[in-house]
Design a binder for this molecule. Structure first.
Ligand SMILES: C[S@@+](CC[C@H](N)C(=O)[O-])C[C@H]1O[C@@H](n2cnc3c(N)ncnc32)[C@H](O)[C@@H]1O
Length: 288
């Protein structure tokens, strides 16, 4: 199946930051509080299901002692020390992120590891020569970039023949919550129709996008379900409340419909019947 990319001339839609104000994951440095984005990725790094998924995705890099690896869109550096432990002191780890604030944070956290280099750069144009890395990865980056295919091409370009390319992302539209029939329609609009970020369904498209790149072979797919039975967790970490509010601001539902939906899920939380699920995917392959 061919995956068709929709090109837009406008910037990707805003994603909510943790203040509930609009912000841009692709432009963290211009937000009122870049620290909130750092807190968010730090929070994610503590979630058991994310930890388990990242353990799988980093294993897929097939790293050995002394190799060179890059984490594209490395954020605050959540995975750099794990990568360092895989290539050990003779290897080299590179973390790149478009945000200066993220890079400064990751740099200071990695300052005890001389073989880890963190720098600013755009994933759409990685400032590294061809065929340089033994393996390359990105996690929860592609949903934010204007052209995920361009980023995948760049990741392939800087990887050696036989090297590994591993990409991880979520599919926001796969979200389900346990709800009664009375709010099914409102819920479907909130979970499926709110414009949430540049590529909200990127997770489910990853295999097709990797397959489309003629230089990648041996493609493998892995998926897991992120879940929580805490409404607070779904609001804070998985943007559930924000998505409801955005459905109103995007004119998809009325304020009354939002209130009905919100009261119903709060009631479910009180009764102990609230459940939230969402899928996360990792697709890995080798450069021909
Ligand atoms: C959701 S965070 C994920 C960070 C990290 N991979 C993790 O798992 O904790 C997305 C990161 O992508 C970065 N980013 C967004 N657009 C980028 C681009 N074009 N090039 C490089 N990094 C980018 C953001 O600055 C942010 O740090």
């Amino acid at each position: 199946m061919q995956v068709v990319e929709v090109q837009t001339t406008t910037p990707p839609p805003p994603t909510p930051n943790v203040d509930g104000k609009e912000g841009y994951w692709m432009n963290i440095d211009d937000s009122d509080s870049p620290n909130k984005f750092i807190q968010y990725v730090d929070e994610a790094s503590k979630q058991d299901q994310i930890i388990a998924h990242t353990r799988y995705s980093t294993r897929q890099l097939n790293l050995n002692f002394g190799q060179k690896v890059m984490d594209v869109g490395c954020g605050a550096g959540k995975d750099l020390s794990r990568l360092e432990s895989m290539v050990e002191s003779q290897g080299q780890v590179f973390g790149m992120d478009i945000s200066r604030e993220m890079v400064e944070c990751a740099k200071s956290r990695m300052s005890h590891l001389p073989n880890v280099t963190v720098f600013c750069g755009d994933a759409a144009s990685i400032p590294i020569e061809n065929n340089y890395f033994d393996a390359i990865r990105c996690e929860r980056l592609l949903q934010h970039v204007p052209s995920p295919d361009q980023v995948i091409s760049e990741m392939v370009r800087v990887t050696k023949s036989g090297g590994r390319i591993v990409v991880t992302d979520v599919d926001w539209s796969s979200t389900t919550i346990s709800i009664p029939k009375s709010i099914e329609k409102i819920n479907r609009i909130i979970l499926n129709e709110v414009i949430f970020n540049a590529h909200p369904t990127i997770g489910i498209q990853l295999k097709g996008r990797m397959k489309k790149n003629p230089q990648i072979e041996n493609i493998e797919l892995f998926a897991q379900c992120l879940y929580t039975d805490s409404l607070n967790m779904a609001d804070e970490f998985l943007w559930l409340g924000e998505r409801g509010k955005m459905a109103v601001s995007q004119g998809l539902i009325s304020e009354e419909e939002y209130n009905l939906w919100r009261e119903t899920i709060e009631q479910m939380e009180e009764e102990g019947s609230f459940v939230f699920t969402m899928n996360i995917f990792t697709v890995s392959g080798s450069k021909k």
